[in-house]
Design a protein around this ligand. Structure first.
Ligand SMILES: CC(C)(COP(=O)(O)OP(=O)(O)OC[C@H]1O[C@@H](n2cnc3c(N)ncnc32)[C@H](O)[C@@H]1OP(=O)(O)O)[C@@H](O)C(=O)NCCC(=O)NCCS
Length: 192
């Protein structure tokens, strides 16, 4: 059984997803520093959060503990996922899937028609996750992660405003465990 600060992850996870705020940064940084060789600074998160017109940053919390986060920005009709991570104690519980869903949904709401991201070429777990959302490899940025001497794969998904794509992502979230699934899917949010 994995435990993290007293939480048994065998119990059903009740995930809440909230817009990232200054008070979440400490929890975000604790994960950031564990999972990235070149962590963002707290100030970089704060600067990103200060531009809500074309950026959306979220945290996922379990029992009020930050266990995941992600961000997306949008210029014109192109969205770009800037960051995503889940606390290693909470991996493989579909929390990353839920965070990607929120980022894609936010990009769509900001007007994106396509979304891109970069991922380490060796990070196939993340690539699998992105593949479920239709992201496909379209190129390589040589030595993008210079500190670990690794290339980045550029992944891209088109036509995210189409009914087919919305159906695809709604199917994904319908299959999520109840405590991780959003209360309101994107289709109902946009009708509200
Ligand atoms: C990538 C990451 C966000 C995934 O988060 P997660 O909550 O564990 O992912 P999920 O449980 O939603 O996984 C969804 C699917 O992704 C794939 N996947 C995720 N982690 C995997 C792993 N370690 N091995 C194989 N497949 C994996 C699987 O297809 C999985 O579905 P399944 O569990 O039904 O097989 C998480 O591993 C992470 O934070 N890694 C460190 C930071 C990072 O690499 N971020 C991405 C940078 S671009």
């Amino acid at each position: 059984m994995q435990r993290s600060r007293g939480i048994s992850v065998q119990d059903q996870i009740q995930l809440e997803v909230l817009p990232m705020r200054r008070r979440h940064i400490k929890g975000v940084m604790a994960i950031e520093e564990q999972v990235y060789p070149r962590p963002w600074s707290a100030n970089l998160f704060l600067t990103e959060m200060a531009e809500p017109a074309n950026r959306a940053y979220f945290v996922g919390r379990v029992h009020r503990q930050v266990v995941a986060y992600g961000g997306v920005l949008c210029f014109g009709d192109e969205g770009h996922v800037t960051t995503i991570a889940v606390d290693p104690n909470f991996h493989r519980h579909k929390i990353g899937t839920r965070v990607i869903y929120e980022l894609v949904a936010a990009a769509i709401e900001m007007g994106a028609r396509a979304i891109s991201l970069e991922v380490r070429v060796s990070n196939w777990p993340a690539q699998r996750l992105y593949g479920e959302f239709g992201f496909r490899p379209v190129g390589v940025r040589k030595n993008y992660y210079a500190e670990i001497n690794e290339d980045a794969l550029i992944m891209w998904v088109d036509d995210v405003q189409t009914a087919d794509y919305l159906d695809r992502i709604e199917d994904i979230i319908e299959s999520l465990p109840e405590g991780v699934r959003p209360l309101q899917p994107l289709s109902e949010r946009s009708r509200a």
